[in-house]
Design a protein around this ligand. Structure first.
Ligand code: GAL
Length: 432
């Protein structure tokens, strides 16, 4: 076993892979990932702010493992992929794909699979020894009719609250005791408001959807929430109406001047001591670390109330588009992002946890206590899929949900109107 493990590590760990620097000419071999490895054109949305640092960590490992392949950064700004996915859709439709692109594992990838735009990578999983490297629960979420179309670089948790302890104290709210329910949380927000601070901040549409999904998890429970995607929980149910009521109250506490901002500027008032709470995924850990902030003193973090034992999951993964010009370059990238070195270097910085479950204690020691805690949560908690980050629903559905939520925020905050819009936005899920 040990020998086999070592062999697998050597294989997935890269080195200057045998394919690197291969002669030009796309798809020169029988496998879709054989061919030109002179460069790799990588589309992500880790373009600005702290996110860029995460990508740079990965780039560093790539340069070591595949020095003959040039890394071409084709990142497109916009948290959650808000801009990247539109540009990608246009480029893929016109037959102008990058060599690899970031996509959320789960339902989001189905858009590209259904359109025949990405290659089945099951054979590459075998070649790189990845089927045993990732936990079975993740392989299940990645598989579509027995095939796997993307390789994950990380796992993130979306349903976390980032809070300013000093603002809470000044508002008479005990930072040591997070609220247990949404109603208790709203009561705390009232106190924050009375003390003259902004209770909670949100930014552009997807950040509002992320807040709504944590409220749905709290009000429906993990199973009820998951039922929203297979038709067992109805979008026109009482439970969803209750969540929308809570969402309306919380949105009334937000600062609407931030509604067009990306997640980092939308969270900044919390960092600056002007606001109390922000709901965001654990990429915020990197954002706060980059600003030199310390958990426990400068900020506190806890699962959203009612979400304590629920891990709202998403994973960034990378694909091989059909017709990529440098498939060998894409293979080299996929090898790096899935290698132990790549996963440790990237995730220890990014705030996420590694998708691989076979890291040694020495490798795991590179992670913060926060991340070690989230690794345990991923094993022990109930896992649900994020709407805002493509794990639960295809891109067109999450776009429609984002539109509905934004209309609600900018309009008259009509609860019944939002519920009807959500029913319409998700109609294609139950008709599948
Ligand atoms: C998510 C992505 C994360 C992080 C976040 C904010 O969709 O999975 O890695 O980048 O958006 O941009």
């Amino acid at each position: 076993m040990a020998v086999l493990a070592l062999a697998m590590t050597a294989c997935s760990g890269g080195g200057s892979g045998s394919d690197s620097g291969e002669a030009s000419g796309a798809s020169s071999g029988d496998k879709p990932w054989d061919g030109d490895a002179s460069e790799v054109d990588v589309v992500t949305w880790w373009e600005a702010g702290s996110e860029k640092e995460g990508l740079q960590a990965l780039e560093g490992v790539f340069a070591e493992q595949h020095s003959d392949t040039e890394f071409v950064n084709a990142a497109i700004a916009g948290g959650g992929g808000s801009q990247a996915k539109q540009k990608l859709a246009a480029d893929l439709a016109t037959g102008n794909p990058p060599d690899t692109f970031q996509a959320h594992a789960g339902a989001e990838v189905t858009d590209y699979i259904d359109a025949g735009q990405i290659e089945d990578l099951s054979g590459l999983y075998d070649e790189l020894g990845l089927k045993d490297a990732f936990p079975a629960s993740l392989i299940d979420r990645l598989s579509m009719d027995g095939k796997i179309y993307s390789i994950p670089s990380n796992i993130h948790r979306a349903n976390m609250v980032w809070a300013n302890p000093s603002v809470l104290e000044q508002s008479g709210v005990d930072p040591q005791t997070p609220p247990a329910t949404i109603d208790e949380w709203i009561a705390d927000m009232e106190k924050v408001k009375a003390a003259g601070f902004t209770p909670i901040t949100v930014g552009m549409a997807w950040t509002q959807t992320e807040l709504l999904e944590t409220i749905l998890i709290a009000d429906l429970g993990a199973d009820g929430y998951t039922g929203l995607f297979d038709g067992t929980t109805k979008w026109d149910s009482e439970g969803v109406a209750k969540a929308i009521g809570h969402f309306k109250t919380m949105m009334s506490f937000t600062d609407s001047s931030l509604y067009s901002e990306d997640w980092e500027p939308a969270m900044q008032p919390v960092v600056d001591g002007k606001a109390a709470y922000n709901v965001m995924g654990d990429w915020a850990y990197l954002g706060l670390t980059t600003q030199g902030k310390t958990m426990g003193t400068d900020y506190i973090v806890f699962p959203a109330p009612g979400n304590e034992k629920v891990y709202d999951f998403l994973a960034d993964s990378f694909t091989l588009p059909v017709g990529a010009k440098h498939p060998g370059g894409a293979k080299a990238w996929l090898e790096t992002i899935s290698s132990k070195e790549g996963q440790v270097a990237f995730n220890s910085v990014k705030g996420s946890i590694p998708a691989r479950s076979d890291l040694s204690e020495d490798e795991l020691s590179k992670f913060s206590d926060y991340q070690r805690g989230q690794m345990t949560a991923f094993q022990d908690d109930e896992i649900v899929s994020s709407i805002a980050h493509g794990a639960a629903v295809p891109v067109k559905v999450s776009n429609a949900i984002n539109d509905a939520v934004m209309k609600f925020a900018q309009g008259a905050s009509d609860e019944a109107g939002l519920q009807t819009a959500l029913v319409d936005a998700t109609a294609s899920l139950s008709s599948k």
